[in-house]
Design a protein around this ligand. Structure first.
Ligand code: AMP
Ligand code: GLY
Length: 424
């Protein structure tokens, strides 16, 4: 079977690696792919995943039987709708259901109507309306741009001054374009990424994961696309995963089905585990990055079978999603200047040595005259596996140390302080 994976980052490399482990040994294509993906798949470097017509054409031309969509932008742009209309199977939600990520206001409305626990919120269209809500609520609050903002549209405001700055960014500078703004109650607790694979009728949860969003150790400095992750999560055993999924995935899948927009693909619930129980911070409609890099190496079920089943209405009936007992820790290596800027063209050494210790996933690399060089903010992801978290962590960090390039940045505290919490 021929499978095309859309995207070219670390998440997509991890998906391609998981597909390569499938017993049915699919032929894998990727667009645009990257030098790491090119070791396992045939890349179509000039194909833009958000260009629906071009994707449909390329899938037809290459006789692709299944398209797996990595990032959110092609989903929101309707790539699954286009492929299905052309009779090509795709894994991921159609544009209507992808609005769960494409519009935060839509997601909040769904949560409210489906009875999913989430932070109190208001939607405002201008600074005056926002000021009236802030006068009533006080601080801290969280302000969010409504549409897709590549993780940058969320501003946490401890006081009025910060809120005024945030409102200027949203409504005067219009950094995120013409957008409505959500004002949200600030929630405290530990975050958890809980993903489920959905077939329009049911949601089967994957193993839980945690990601590290800030650039600096101890969760300091600005937010990034993610500096590391681990799976599973101490304290969140399979029974708890099942209970959480019934609260945060199932009602949404049922609700979407009832509105005629059934949800197929990965439903990612970003949770805050508050004193008052779990609350959904956001939904994403695709695999998380870098959670996928820690979760998929632990998957023992055939991912190709699951993708095919989930693309059919009710197709997951009787499917099992099983994970090994291993722990996985993923460390992200970023280039100089990240997250404000990034550095490209720096030669990378030590990749072969690292591959002996860990799964080496390419996120932002390029090939220049046969040499792998940096090309973007997040460059490589190293996933260590082991029977306990200390071993997984040591392997990831030993692999990370083996890889060298100018200005390399990483956090040293991914999955730190969790030793002795195994067996959960
Ligand atoms: P989101 O893109 O909505 O998940 O927000 C990005 C990050 O902002 C989350 O992972 C949290 O760390 C933080 N965040 C979002 N909403 C809230 C909230 N209501 N309270 C506290 N932190 C939040
Ligand atoms: N790890 C956060 C995300 O994928 O959105």
């Amino acid at each position: 079977m021929k499978v095309l994976v859309l995207g070219g980052g670390g998440r997509e490399h991890a998906i391609v690696n998981a597909l390569a482990r499938s017993p049915s040994d699919p032929e894998i294509l990727a667009a645009p792919g990257n030098p790491g993906i090119a070791e396992v798949a045939r890349c179509l470097p000039d194909l833009d995943p958000t260009d629906v017509t071009a994707v449909v054409e390329a899938a037809r031309e290459n006789e692709v039987e299944l398209v797996v969509v990595g990032p959110e932008a092609p989903l929101v742009a309707g790539v699954v709708d286009g492929l299905e209309a052309a009779g090509i199977r795709a894994f991921g939600p159609r544009a209507g259901a992808a609005q769960l990520e494409g519009s935060k206001a839509f997601a909040k409305k769904v949560m409210e109507e489906a009875g999913v626990p989430t932070a109190r919120y208001r939607v405002v269209g201008d600074a005056e309306a926002a000021a009236a809500v802030l006068d009533e609520w006080g601080f801290p609050v969280v302000l969010k741009a409504d549409g897709l903002a590549a993780g940058k549209g969320v501003l946490i405001c401890p006081d009025r001054e910060a809120a005024d700055e945030a409102l200027a960014i949203f409504f005067s500078e219009k950094r995120f374009g013409e957008t409505e703004v959500l004002i949200e109650e600030f929630l405290e607790g530990e975050e958890l990424s809980l993903l489920a694979i959905c077939d329009g009728e049911r949601a089967i949860p994957l193993a839980p994961a945690r990601d590290f969003k800030r650039i600096g150790d101890g969760d300091t400095g600005p937010n990034t696309g993610g500096m590391g992750s681990f799976s599973p999560v101490p304290g969140v055993d399979p029974g708890e995963v099942g209970r959480l999924s019934v609260e945060v995935h199932r009602p949404v899948v049922d609700y979407m089905a009832s509105t005629g927009e059934p949800f197929h693909g990965i439903l990612y619930a970003g949770l805050m585990m508050t004193g008052g129980g779990p609350k959904v911070l956001e939904y994403n409609v695709r695999f998380g990055d870098p959670e996928t890099q820690a979760v998929l190496p632990r998957l023992s079920s055939d991912i190709l079978e699951l993708f095919l089943a989930a693309s059919e209405p009710g197709g997951l009936e009787g499917s099992e999603v099983a994970f090994s007992d291993d722990w996985a820790v993923t460390v992200v290596l970023a280039s100089a200047g990240y997250p404000e800027s990034s550095s490209s063209g720096d030669p990378i050494t030590g990749l072969e040595e690292a591959a002996v210790l860990a799964e080496v996933v390419h996120a932002g690399t390029a090939l220049e005259d046969g040499v792998v060089v940096t090309s973007g903010g997040r460059v490589l992801n190293l996933t260590g596996l082991g029977p306990d978290i200390a071993t997984a962590r040591r392997r990831a960090y030993d692999a990370a140390e083996a890889v060298q390039f100018e200005g390399r940045q990483m956090r040293s505290d991914i999955a730190a302080g969790l030793e002795g919490t195994d067996g959960e």
